[in-house]
Design a protein around this ligand. Structure first.
Ligand code: ISE
Length: 353
């Protein structure tokens, strides 16, 4: 989009797959924002991503970018365990923040972030649970809320990635991948997760050595809805995220492949997206545009750090369940502070997000 002097000046921290994608998105699709800095210790990666954003500088770390460049907002797209180190200085400066999931990789760190944010006048952090901006997820949530098919009894969730990078560990099945369902299940069901259990079927020999993949993660909600999540991250064929919802008087499905159906040479088929960038491309675009628009109004418009904290409590229980093989109850240490009661604030987050 054509840059203007009113644009939100955004630093993107982390120039891996997601960070680079956000740099290109802001530059070519989003209005009201431009990328002014790309931060990554890997200079080649930072330079390659910055090349797609005219005028953007590169920096090896966030402090350097803050010292050299005028910044209004930050997108944090580093690995999750590095988020806190960027969130804290960004909060201190009162920047608008879009933090990729997970907020942090453990509950204690998420609590520290909540504490720091509550020193400000209002929530500044939006968490990148982009599935909330996907039309299918919104439709399913509305169907559950309508009660038209009776109570929601169960969810079958499939979360399949083609392959994983060498840095991907067993804990990341929960902390980096199932974290999406950990947020999406309460979003759809309208109630919190209260217990987690993990079952490990036969290992896929195509997974990297030592990675116990796939796994089944069972998420129980407060009223007893059971979500069975197949996390399966070396399925080879492409990227697939589906949800089948079982109601008292009906079933509903979202996420099936759509688009051109080609019948040829004795086969019929439809393309499978290679990665989450394509599968959730529209959701990412909506998420980032709404975050930018909200930042101009001095607010957020999507999941808050509170949602990020809730997910990190469940994920911490999930990692324990993964290690112990036991069902682990989720113990939320605190009730929602009024600070995060966004619907009650003048700077309200629309409830569909
Ligand atoms: C990745 O970080 C994502 O967020 C993707 O949506 C997820 O499918 C993948 O498993 C994660 O590693």
């Amino acid at each position: 989009m054509t840059p203007t002097s009113q644009d939100l000046r955004v630093a993107v921290v982390g120039a891996g797959m997601m960070g680079a994608d956000h740099v290109a998105r802001i530059t070519s699709t989003i209005s009201g924002a431009r990328v002014v800095a790309v931060v990554d210790p890997d200079t080649a990666r930072a330079t390659a991503a910055a090349a797609t954003a005219p005028g953007a500088v590169t920096a090896a770390d966030f402090e350097e970018a803050l010292a050299t460049t005028e910044i209004d907002a930050v997108i944090i797209a580093t690995p999750g365990f590095l988020h806190e180190a960027v969130l804290m200085p960004a909060l201190e400066r009162g920047l608008a923040i879009l933090c990729e999931k997970p907020l942090t990789t453990d509950e204690a760190a998420s609590l520290r972030v909540l504490e720091a944010e509550q020193k400000l006048d209002r929530p500044h952090i939006q968490v990148g649970f982009m599935r909330r901006f996907d039309q299918g997820y919104q439709d399913l949530r509305a169907l559950v809320a309508s009660g038209d098919n009776g109570a929601l009894l169960a969810l079958h969730c499939a979360h399949r990635n083609a392959t994983t990078p060498p840095s991907y560990s067993e804990e990341m099945l929960i902390l980096d991948s199932v974290i999406h369902e950990i947020d999406a299940v309460p979003f759809i069901a309208g109630e919190p997760i209260v217990a987690v259990e993990v079952k490990k079927p036969r290992r896929n020999s195509l997974a990297p050595d030592g990675l116990r993949d796939p796994q089944f993660v069972l998420l129980e909600t407060a009223s007893g809805t059971l979500a069975v999540v197949e996390i399966n991250v070396n399925i080879q064929f492409g990227y697939q995220v589906t949800t089948d919802a079982v109601f008292e008087s009906g079933v509903a499905s979202i996420g099936r492949e759509t688009g051109l159906q080609l019948t040829s040479a004795g086969r019929a088929g439809v393309a499978v997206p290679p990665s989450f960038k394509e599968r959730f491309g529209a959701a990412y675009d909506t998420q980032v545009q709404r975050w930018v628009d909200a930042a101009h109004r001095g607010t957020i418009d999507g999941p808050s750090a509170w949602d990020g904290y809730l997910a990190s409590v469940v994920a911490t229980a999930g990692v324990e369940a993964q290690k112990s093989g036991r069902r682990v109850e989720v113990d939320y240490a605190m009730a929602k502070p009024a600070f995060y009661d966004l619907d009650a604030r003048a700077d309200a987050v629309p409830s569909e997000a």
